[in-house]
Design a protein around this ligand. Structure first.
Ligand code: 5GP
Ligand code: ZN
Length: 114
């Protein structure tokens, strides 16, 4: 059985506030939101990070971004705008080693990120 927290969320072993799900992707509210809307979007397949994607994941990565666009509309943050973040590896600030995309909205974002 996987020890990965996001695999456990994907398999419903641990609960999450799910906002979207299909065969390949699941999205849920972040447990420690950094913005009024903060959703984590993951592939159900365990891929460690953007360092570990392969040619076979091309379609999946495109699909994830299409899902993000749909979720942003569903949560009514698309018109005002939103941010999508992928933290990769140690210096990128990745803490959960299952590739995921943060969808953040509902407040003014600044750039560059700190
Ligand atoms: P990272 O820092 O790896 O880019 O992002 C991991 C994110 O997952 C963090 O924002 C953290 O709050 C969130 N997170 C960690 N554990 C859980 C959990 O068990 N449930 C939910 N919903 N979010 C989690
Ligand atoms: Zn995993």
């Amino acid at each position: 059985m996987s020890e990965c927290i996001f695999c456990k969320i994907a398999s419903k072993e641990i609960p999450a506030n799910i906002v979207y799900e299909d065969d390949l992707v699941i999205a849920f509210h972040d447990i420690e939101p950094a913005a009024p809307t903060h959703v984590i979007v993951i592939p159900k397949e365990h891929i460690e990070s953007l360092n570990n994607v392969l040619d076979i994941h091309k379609e999946l990565l495109g699909h994830i971004h299409l899902c993000i666009s749909k979720i942003a509309k569903k949560l009514e943050i698309s018109k005002e705008g939103f941010r999508v973040v992928n933290n990769c590896g140690e210096l990128g600030g990745q803490t959960v080693n299952h590739i995921h995309f943060h969808l953040l909205g509902g407040k003014q974002m600044n750039w560059p990120a700190g």
